[in-house]
Design a protein around this ligand. Structure first.
Ligand code: URA
Length: 230
């Protein structure tokens, strides 16, 4: 919400009071004096008027989880354990997943209560590469590389996938970088060659790399630098 609206929604400020308070430099957001009436106030923002708190600001939370295979990327599931079951945190209903993984896929999963942050991470326009290690049933041919770069036509969505980078590691393993996150995207791409994906593991999302000290099922909060990377 705009800062001037935030202020004038409070019973103590008329629209004129709000404007004058801003011009006089009496309002601070997250420790800085703000005079711009359009400044965005979020639920996480701490807003002060003459050093009196108008809104304390809810803590924003960001976690990196090493998702094990065999759990659902959902907040609730009637049958299976969910990734949120692995978190020992309060108010888990406020958290959401930034970029789902299939039931049997493992690897980097980011969980937060900050919707703007997770949208920046997952919206196709930002084209952040997601990097996967793939193990397949059949040998991976060198000719796959060009097809991944050219794109696959997905009839259901009526689109051609963005150029993807495939690096063949050995006969049955490859590292794949894709910038979208279509439903079962990696499996469908290999499915084009009738090659079943046996194991799929996400190593990174943009600049955020799965912490190698996290065992499957373990998680940790992101540090300040990691949060700012997105
Ligand atoms: N592509 C898939 O097919 N599955 C995943 O979990 C992620 C990407």
């Amino acid at each position: 919400m705009r800062l001037d609206r935030f202020l004038s929604n409070l019973p103590r400020f008329s629209r004129k009071d709000a404007r004058l308070a801003l011009i006089a430099g009496r309002v601070k957001v997250d420790g800085l004096t703000v005079r711009d009436p359009h400044h965005e106030v979020r639920e996480f923002s701490c807003v002060l008027f003459d050093d009196e708190a108008l809104q304390a600001g809810k803590p924003s939370r960001y976690y990196m989880l090493h998702k094990p295979p065999g759990c659902v990327s959902a907040t609730v599931d009637p049958q299976h354990p969910t990734v949120l079951d692995l978190l020992d945190e309060p108010d888990k209903h406020e958290l959401h997943i930034a970029g789902r993984l299939d039931f049997n896929t493992s690897g980097l999963m980011l969980i937060t209560n900050d919707g703007q942050w997770s949208r920046r991470l997952t919206q196709p326009a930002t084209k952040l590469p997601k990097v996967y290690l793939v193990e397949t049933e059949q040998p991976i041919g060198e000719h796959y590389v060009q097809k991944f770069a050219d794109g696959f036509y997905f009839a259901f969505e009526d689109l051609t996938t963005q150029p993807a980078q495939l690096v063949v590691l050995d006969a049955h393993h490859a590292r794949l970088s894709i910038v979208e996150g279509r439903y079962h995207q990696v499996k469908r791409m290999f499915g084009y060659f009738d090659n079943k994906v046996l194991n799929l593991h996400r190593e990174r999302m943009g600049p955020l790399v799965l912490d190698s000290t996290l065992e499957p099922g373990q998680y940790r909060p992101l540090d300040a630098a990691e949060i700012l990377m997105i």
